[in-house]
Design a protein around this ligand. Sequence first.
Ligand code: ASP
Length: 329
Amino acid sequence: MLRNYFLLAALLTSLSIQVKAQKVDYVLVVHGGAGNMKDLEKDSIHAAAYYAALDSALEIGNEILAKGGDGELAVLSVVSYFEQNPLFNAGIGATCTADGQFELDASIMRGKDLMAGAVAGVKLTKHPIKAAHAVMTQTQHVMLSGAGADRFALEHGLEMVDDNMYFATPKTMEWIDKLKQESKKNGTVGCVVLDSKGNLTAGTSTGGMFKKQWGRIGDSPLIGAGTYADNASSAVSCTGHGEYFIRHIVAYNLCSRVKLLKESIQEAADHIIFEELNEKEGNGGLIAVDRNGNIAMSFNSNGMFRGFIKKETGNSNIIKKIGIGKVLK
Ligand code: ASP
């Protein structure tokens, strides 16, 4: 009798997991960096440009996922879009080092087989995320850096730029002229996806921190710190003061809390962002999606460019929300 009860309970639990897993067809979440957005929120024209860019990123991802496309392709396409948009700190528009150079970092990871690829400190690769993807799919390695990574990108037929100054915009040129002044650019970009096959993917791309020491590598290209995906848990992309995200292995930390402590993705994200990082004054945020399509977008700064789309099973409407400050629209 007791044995039957346990069998029934196990069956119901597995059924409820299956029902849960079937609730969404796909989910895509993006971020465009965390930081102080107070002034931007007051500047409606400038803010509208960010809303439009976030919306375009979501639409690019939606088009792929709605056709049953892979999350990997969606992440690659969305992050590449951000890299060619000068509003963000990735690709063109990236922030510069203390000697006025552009050293770009990116990484991608897929949750179905824990395959990952990353590049750090590339100076001539137009789309660092594509180089990271090529490292994942065309080498036995996980990470390449500096001139070797640029050479790898060139040899693998990726688009290159002639000069490192390609990544500069009028705004970054102003900073380069006044490198002594305090200035900041938020806008590291990231994308996490649960696709219709149930696979999780995460990707992140950045120019790093303004006035960083040349050669400095942040969390964004580090698998486990700035990016992580595991089909048994979640996909995560981070943004913020990279040194803290490295010390707290934030992306892997979140996946482990969900998998081992059975925390919800929101509980895990809030614990890391508001307790672990806040205590150490580690500024920033993250986006995450779990294997059931639950989303977290936590940040301890006063804003984070972010948005998501969600397609629920049996409902033809796509839920879409975008935010910069506390409120999602
Ligand atoms: N996390 C990035 C880095 O430390 C910067 C950012 O996200 O703003 O390189």
